[in-house]
Every structure is written in structure tokens, then in C-alpha cells.
Design a protein around this ligand. Structure first.
Ligand SMILES: [Fe+2]
Length: 289
């Protein structure tokens, strides 16, 4: 099995946050040319890196104090995927003393706006300590095996114009994921695919083209075939809890940390139980749009 990362650590509770949209505390010299795209993708939000750092620090503290033994951050880690933004993100994770073995990161569409290899460069650079338990930049499956749960982080981000927010699960990546799911499913532990986009299609074709995940049907097929398969995602910026077929909810979306009210972090929590994940968080109300 490729990229298998095993650690004998109990994961009785999982913390999940998403859509951090980190800005650079010290923007690089080339980032001025990205001003227009930055203002577009951050429309309606203050471009203040200190506010975003503060929100992430509070969310990380809430996750730690929840007793969770594994943390998932499901994409849009940065606003544009610049080197300086990833450096700031890494500094915040370090300052918050996040154990690299206990966090799983995946990129989102925002993390690929600046360049197609932004995630690869981040994993080779400031996020190197988190590489083993996070999504591979070539979309190959990574198996993060813990005593109570198995995480399969997946990169579905693709380089595209900043006015589009789609994701892509290619046929080859879906085939590889399916082979991996088949090899780990049915082992008595929940299998948790972590990706940025929801596996469900949007209600209109236009919105799906703009915001949806190409190849999403393959994830739904796997959910239908494997009752112990779960999905943790972000992208929608609000919390989601959905079943697929009979049985308990298995698809969970986390709200956007960047939209947290000052001083009110929203972190989803799941207890790992015999038949899967059970959401146990009582999230504060979402900010009005
Ligand atoms: Fe986002």
C-alpha cells in the first residue's frame, strides 16, 4: 500500500475545522500582482492577516481543549496558495503546538489559485512536518492509520481562474482511491475520506460547473458500496450532516473558520463509535450572510 502512515494512537474523538483562508503576515514581493484576485476571492471579508491568525489560533485551542486526539482541516487553508500564506499557516500551527502526527491537512480550490504546484511546494517547504498525515500533491491516496479510525486525505484542488471554485477527482485518482478504500474497509474502524469539496452535486449544472467536484459520483459510489466509509469536507462554509442510503450520517461538512465571529470558534467534533462517527458538537449560530 502506498503512502501508508501508521501510528498506534487512539482516536476516540476527531476535531474538524475548515476554510481558514490564511493571509500572509509578511506578503512576498510578488504578491502585489495578486491584489485583484485577492480582493475578488476575499469579497466581503477584511483582508487583515492578524484577524485570520487569531481565528485559527482560537479554533486550534478549542480543538485541543475538546479532548480530540486527531484534527482534520479540510481545505482552503490559504486565500490564494502563495508561499507566504503557507508560511504563515505553518507558523500558526507551530505556535499552537499542533502535533504533526495528529493533524490531517488537505488543500482546497483557494490553495491552488496562485499556481498548480502550490500544494507540492508547501509540502516540500513550510508544511513538511505535516506531510506524512496529509494529502499527497499528486492526488495519490495516503493512508493515515490510527487505532480507532483510518483517514484517507485527498487533494482535489486544481489550478484554475480565481473566478471559478471547482474541484477535480480524476478517473485515475478515483480508481486509486477505490482500490485503497477496498483494502482498508471492513476492518472494524471507520474509514474517513478527507477532501475539500462535498461529494454531492449542486442543484444546477451551472453552479456545479462553478463550484462542484468533477468526478463526485465516484465518491458516492464508494459510499454506497462501503457502509463504514465516511467523508469529511469543507468548501460550503456551513456545517453539513448527511446520510447516504440507510443508516446514520456519514458525510460531514465543517463551517469556515474565516467566518467565525471574533472570539467564537466553531469546531466540529465527532466521537468514534462502533458503527461510525457521531457528531457531538453544538456549534454556535452561523454568521448572517
Ligand atoms: Fe472556502
Amino acid at each position: 500500500m502506498q503512502n501508508a502512515q501508521s501510528l498506534s494512537t487512539s482516536v476516540a474523538r476527531i476535531a474538524h475545522l475548515s476554510d481558514v483562508h490564511m493571509l500572509a503576515e509578511r506578503p512576498g514581493p510578488a504578491e502585489g500582482v495578486l491584489d485583484v484576485s485577492m480582493r475578488f476571492v476575499s469579497f466581503g471579508r477584511a483582508l487583515d492577516p492578524r484577524h485570520r491568525i487569531r481565528k485559527l489560533l482560537l479554533a486550534l485551542r478549542a480543538a485541543r481543549e475538546s479532548g480530540a486526539s486527531h484534527l482534520v482541516i479540510s481545505g482552503d487553508l490559504t486565500e490564494l496558495g502563495t508561499a507566504a500564506q503557507f508560511e504563515t499557516l505553518a507558523e500558526v500551527l507551530f505556535d499552537a503546538r499542533v502535533d504533526p502526527e495528529r493533524v490531517t491537512l488537505v488543500p482546497g480550490n483557494h490553495d491552488a489559485y496562485s499556481r498548480g504546484d502550490a500544494w507540492a511546494r508547501a509540502l516540500a517547504g513550510p508544511l513538511a512536518p505535516y506531510r506524512r498525515s496529509s494529502a499527497a500533491a499528486d492526488s495519490s491516496p495516503v493512508v493515515v492509520e490510527r487505532d480507532d479510525a483510518i483517514f484517507l486525505p485527498l487533494d482535489v484542488a486544481c489550478h484554475q481562474h480565481f473566478t471559478r471554485a471547482a474541484g477535480e477527482l480524476s478517473a485515475a485518482a478515483a480508481d486509486a482511491l477505490e482500490r485503497t478504500v477496498r483494502s482498508v474497509a471492513g476492518c472494524g474502524r471507520p474509514v474517513v475520506v478527507v477532501l475539500h469539496h462535498s461529494p454531492f452535486a449542486h442543484s444546477t449544472r451551472a453552479w456545479q460547473w462553478l463550484h462542484g467536484l468533477r468526478g463526485h459520483g465516484r465518491v458516492l459510489e464508494m459510499l454506497a458500496r462501503h457502509p463504514d466509509l465516511h467523508v469529511l469536507h469543507g468548501h460550503l462554509h456551513y456545517d453539513v450532516e448527511q446520510a447516504y442510503g440507510d443508516g446514520p450520517a456519514r458525510i460531514f461538512g465543517a463551517p469556515a473558520t474565516v467566518d467565525d465571529e471574533p472570539g467564537v470558534p466553531r469546531v466540529r467534533l465527532y466521537d468514534v463509535e462502533e458503527n461510525g462517527l457521531r457528531s457531538v458538537s453544538d456549534l454556535p449560530a452561523r454568521r448572517a450572510a
